[in-house]
Design a protein around this ligand. Structure first.
Ligand SMILES: *[C@@H]1O[C@H](CO)[C@@H](O)[C@H](O)[C@H]1NC(C)=O
Length: 415
């Protein structure tokens, strides 16, 4: 092997492992091992997303956000909620296509897991003019999407991992025994479907990809957006706690919270999240942190006004504006959409309600609809008191009026 080739390979390897290597150089160190729940102080409001897990270092530039803080968030979310996403580089994905059915096979560590997906193509999709795609679990309003020129690909999530403590399905065939939540397993299912689309479906443009599901499957869609940068648009519908519902606020009366979700469906997330039960205010993150970890990629949050169980209001007035501060600071505010509608949990109307935003992101079709409106609610600014000093730009904005004031005083003195 010549020195040039050797260097090329070395560079490629360094790039692949960039998050861990470069961080040792220039990023504030993430406490290792990760602190236990009891080590975090109780915090009633949303944690400042610009402050590192060490509790003192603060992000100062956009570049630093992407190189240091966002990778740290990704690691801490795996540690404290999702479990560690499998090493995809150790997996081999193969797929066969029969008409519009994909049979997907994933091999790793001498084991194999299989499941399948169904392809629904819009009229006119071809290898020469491939369509964007929304990968969905749990079923959506296919026709509205197909008519709009967006393919819909679905898969049976229970064949990836059951919604139970059971360890059947493709994911657990490979990873049984690991402390990983079903949300992560289902997210992995989305990604392996996308692998198969890349391999076998030239009528789909696999660089224009939405992921969706509702309720627990909305939590899974959020995880899918979080763990794979190929996802262009994350579309969690009525997602609730462990999705975009805030842990620290319950503004819709009786509803889902860390305690009852961990009791009713502990398998959704890892066991570490369970150590925060009855002390959710110690979590070093909240739902806004999950959304911020997806920036600059697009998210649209569906919320029904009559859906108290998943705290639609809390998602709209707490999670959304707090995450938006990060997106805005990164200069990508238009990528974070909120779609409030009438109606309740998982209404199919949610899918048509978000469609104009989906088309704007996936087909560059502009929409005039305002996807930043919190109406009929208003932002709960007390939930993110750090907005007055963080993000850094907000601090700069505070400086400006003070300067103007000083100038005026100076000129008044001169009078
Ligand atoms: C797929 O979409 C990307 C992004 O819009 C575009 O650049 C590319 O040309 C598309 N691929 C095909 C084969 O049309």
């Amino acid at each position: 092997m010549g020195p040039y080739l050797y260097r090329t390979i070395l560079t490629a390897l360094l790039c692949l492992s960039l998050p861990s290597l470069s961080q040792a150089q220039s990023c504030p160190a993430t406490p290792s091992p990760f602190p236990k729940a009891a080590a975090f102080s109780t915090q009633a409001t949303l944690p400042d997303p610009f402050v590192y897990l060490d509790g003192k270092s603060r992000v100062t530039t956009q570049e630093e956000w992407y190189q240091c803080r966002q990778p740290e968030i990704l690691r801490l979310l795996q540690e404290y909620q999702f479990g560690y996403y499998p090493d995809h580089s150790a997996e081999t994905v193969t797929a066969t296509r029969t008409s519009n059915t994909l049979s997907i096979s994933v091999a790793a560590g001498g084991k194999t897991g299989t499941f399948s997906a169904s392809i629904n193509l819009p009229n006119g999709a071809s290898a020469a003019a491939p369509s964007p795609v929304v990968i969905a679990i749990g079923g959506i309003d296919n026709n509205a999407y197909l008519r709009a020129g967006v393919a819909v690909v679905t898969f049976d999530y229970t064949k990836v991992a059951p919604d139970s403590n059971g360890k059947t399905g493709a994911f657990w065939s490979l990873y049984n025994g690991k402390d990983i939540g079903a949300l992560t397993a289902w997210a992995w299912g989305f990604h392996r479907v996308l692998d198969a689309l890349e391999l076998r479906v030239p009528e789909i443009n696999s660089t224009l990809v939405g992921v969706t599901g509702c309720s627990r499957l909305g939590k899974a869609a959020l995880a899918a957006g979080l763990f794979d940068k190929r996802i262009t648009l994350t579309m969690p519908m009525s997602s609730g706690i462990q999705g975009l519902g805030p842990y620290r606020y319950s503004l819709s009366g009786q509803g889902e919270n860390l305690e009852n979700s961990k009791q009713g469906a502990p398998w959704w997330t890892n066991s570490v999240l369970g150590t925060f039960v009855n002390q959710a205010q110690r979590l070093p993150f909240d739902a806004h942190t999950i959304a911020a970890a997806i920036a600059p990629r697009a998210i649209v949050m569906d919320q029904g006004q009559s859906d108290p169980f998943v705290d639609s209001k809390g998602t709209a007035v707490v999670t959304y504006p707090a995450a938006k501060l990060v997106y805005d600071w990164l200069g990508v505010g238009k990528q974070l959409a909120l779609a409030i509608r009438s109606g309740g949990h998982c209404d199919n109307s949610g899918y048509t309600n978000v469609l104009p935003f989906v088309l704007q992101v996936l087909k560059s079709t502009p929409t005039t609809r305002d996807y930043t409106s919190l109406s009929p609610w208003t932002a709960m600014t007390t939930a993110y008191p750090w907005s007055s000093q963080s993000p850094p730009q907000a601090a700069a904005a505070r400086e400006a009026p003070r300067k103007r004031y000083d100038t005026r005083r100076t000129s008044m003195k001169g009078n």
